[in-house]
Design a protein. Structure first.
Length: 364
């Protein structure tokens, strides 16, 4: 693909930049999300019949990139926009699409993800949360962990085991859980930064209507793969934009501290080069997405590259500061420790790249 913006893309990018300049700072997260929706920047690629604009994926990539560069808050319904919504469009009934999609875009309803468990993180097929069919509904029991936005969410996309005798991918079912239902308990998880971005979800005899099934009973693995592919779809452009802002701050820090050490200067230059490589990788992923309409495994390359570079970059900043806590870089370094775990560990991503991108034989 042409790595330069087309005239249409250039005009669209300029419009996004102008809108950000006129509307930042953001203010209340839900009001900000509504502003994004009213401006037409939420669900850009979604069909118009469900509240989207049927725009090309390149426009979505531009929005993610420009928001990250401006360090603007994202739409607070990121789980709904990037994961739940595309999954409902791919596997949901028409009634489910009409019920949920427009409220995802407007941030009227917030979503969280119920995949990981204490004994099932990278290996999703090891989930043990039970989904039992009883009297025309499902009854859910179990525990989920590392769930962003669960403390404010209205709904949860959840994968559990509907066949207790099944193993691994078989016997999994994918449902939508009302987070306000009796038996749902959410507890925050405190991080090394002092923040609590993630939560545990405890489910005790939670009743879920049969209408909240996505896909088929026992077909949850296929539905979950749709969710995970979309999680990393155009995410690389948001990560690339955020990393570009970080590299610029690193350069400014180097200049401010008068770093004359040629080794430090060389390492800073190397981070800029690595940023350009990430950008090119993102364009490769975008090409696949524009050709097929389905995110490919190349998104795993972008996530792996970003997470490991962000850790190196923040470590380098702390070296330039000689360990001084300036408030910003110390926090960034501590938070970056989770980058190589969340949204796929580096080890799992390397396996995906080896098998699905490079075509190497499966390790198991």
């Amino acid at each position: 693909m042409d790595l330069r913006d087309s005239p249409d893309e250039a005009a669209f990018r300029e419009g996004v930049r102008t809108w950000l300049q006129e509307n930042l700072p953001a203010g209340d997260p839900r009001e900000w999300s509504r502003k994004i929706y009213d401006a037409g920047y939420a669900g850009l690629t979604w069909p118009e019949e469900y509240g989207g604009r049927s725009a090309p994926y390149s426009h979505q990539a531009i929005v993610l990139e420009e928001f990250a560069r401006a360090e603007a808050p994202s739409h607070m319904g990121v789980i709904g926009l990037g994961m739940a919504g595309p999954t409902i469009m791919a596997h949901g009934t028409e009634e489910q699409k009409q019920r949920y999609l427009s409220k995802i875009l407007s941030a009227e309803e917030i979503w969280c993800q119920g995949f990981s468990e204490p004994g099932a993180g990278s290996d999703l097929s090891a989930v043990r949360t039970s989904i039992d069919a009883r009297n025309g509904s499902f009854v859910v029991n179990g525990q989920k962990v590392w769930s962003s936005f669960a403390h404010i969410a209205d709904h949860c996309i959840l994968v559990g085991r509907s066949d207790p005798d099944s193993q691994r991918h078989a016997g999994l079912t994918y449902i939508i859980v009302d987070m306000k239902a009796p038996g749902v308990e959410v507890r925050p998880l405190r991080q090394i930064t002092g923040e609590a971005e993630f939560n545990e979800i405890f489910l005790t005899d939670v009743e879920v209507p049969k209408e909240n099934l996505l896909g088929e009973i026992g077909g949850g693995w296929q539905v979950a793969m749709t969710t995970l592919l979309h999680e990393r779809g155009t995410l690389g452009f948001a990560l690339g934009g955020a990393l570009e802002a970080q590299v610029q701050k690193l350069v400014a820090l180097t200049q401010e501290r008068g770093a004359d050490d040629p080794i430090i200067r060389d390492r800073v230059a190397q981070e800029w080069i690595e940023l350009q490589a990430l950008k090119m990788t993102n364009y490769r992923s975008l090409t696949t997405l524009m050709q097929t309409g389905i995110p490919g495994p190349e998104g795993s390359v972008s996530k792996l590259h970003w997470s490991e570079q962000n850790q190196r970059l923040t470590k380098l900043a702390m070296e330039i500061l000689e360990g001084e806590d300036d408030g910003y870089w110390r926090h960034q370094q501590l938070r970056s420790r989770g980058n190589t775990i969340e949204a796929g560990t580096s080890e799992i991503l390397r396996s995906i790249i080896a098998e699905r991108v490079l075509g190497l034989p499966r390790s198991r």
